[in-house]
Design a protein around this ligand. Structure first.
Ligand code: ZN
Ligand code: ZN
Length: 82
């Protein structure tokens, strides 16, 4: 049995731009590529809200669905096309 030498709580790499800490360089690079100083790439299709992370947008969308419930919802009547 080998003990892995992960020191999981120690952050070794710091983003020079926003100051966030990361455990390894890969994660930091990913942050720099996809998160840091990036335009939000997840757009709400109901309003003009934009999120940098999918989970953030998801949380935002829940808000919309609650609003719709409160408003009674737009009933989409299934129209026959012929
Ligand atoms: Zn950053
Ligand atoms: Zn929205």
């Amino acid at each position: 049995m080998q003990h892995s030498v992960f020191s999981s709580d120690i952050l070794n790499f710091w983003c020079a731009v926003c100051g966030r800490g990361y455990k390894n360089k890969c994660t930091l690079n990913r942050h720099l590529r996809f998160e840091c100083n990036k335009e939000p790439q997840f757009e709400c299709n109901i309003c003009d809200y934009k999120a940098k992370q999918k989970s953030t947008l998801k949380a935002h969308m829940i808000k919309h669905s609650r609003e719709q419930e409160r408003a009674g919802g737009h009933r989409i009547s299934s129209q026959k096309t012929c």
